[in-house]
Design a protein around this ligand. Sequence first.
Ligand code: NAP
Length: 283
Amino acid sequence: MTAAIIDGKVVGAKVRAAVAADVAAWVAAGNRQPGLATVLVGDDPASAVYVASKRKACVEAGIADLHQHLPGDSSQEAVVELIQQLAADPAVSGILLQLPVPKQMHGSELTALIPAKKDVDGLTPVSAGLLALGVPGLRPCTPSGVIELLDHHGVQIEGAEAVVVGRSDLVGKPVAQMLLQRSATVTIAHSRTRDLEGVCSRADILVAAVGVPRLLGAGHVKAGAVVIDVGINRTDAGLVGDVDFEAVSAVASLITPVPGGVGPMTIAMLLRNTLIAAELQAQ
Ligand code: NAP
């Protein structure tokens, strides 16, 4: 078997176009234009690049770019004050605090100040709790992108054996909970899992969110499985995922490449979350 490719660039572009159309319809119906406040503290070059691409995508989708930049030597109190102002501002639908923040600050304390209805990253304790309880709310962007890719390809989630490798708050845990909510039978594997190969090779849907280049090979994958590789690892050979793409392509039925798989979905889902946030606030 040679796996078909799940093309995140194509699916991400479709999501972005759908959000742009929905934003236009929302505004045409007399609602306030959705706005995203990205908050960048300091000048970390990688963070600046991430924030710039989020802002550009917002504008392209018709979402107001309400970016805020504070100097790297700002106090924790200054950031607290800014987040509180944005939380109270009706023009701001979503707030995204770009992490990491400078080391004199506590990123998790600052993130926790974002109200759940404006938490477009879906990472605050309240949003994580809503997800754990299965209550509607804003979901983390990368895990939402994984589910979107599966749905786009008509992968049956209900009843499937899903194995998620990785248990981070950012990816592994939320993606496992989202698969569970869709009635998959979910196993979470991690660095202490005994017999990773045996556990993974049970999966109809295998999600790798580890950060170890090409950790999962053909021996980890059941014939015909769907393999979603969230990993992004910089190596001398360029960007590679957590899955050995060449070897696993010979076994799986569907597979995401790296780059061009899950990666392009994250910003697309951020845009969708910003529109959902605008709708939540209008209720
Ligand atoms: P993380 O916080 O470092 O978590 C990694 C997880 O992998 C941990 O749960 C760890 O287990 C587990 N792990 C490490 N080595 C393992 C091994 N040998 N066998 C089994 N499990 C192992 O990473 P993350 O933030 O979830 O990110 C994971 C990957 O996704 C990274 O490559 C990251 O760059 C990428 N990523 C991509 C996107 C995107 O596409 N937009 C977004 C976010 C992250 P323990 O808990 O036991 O330590």
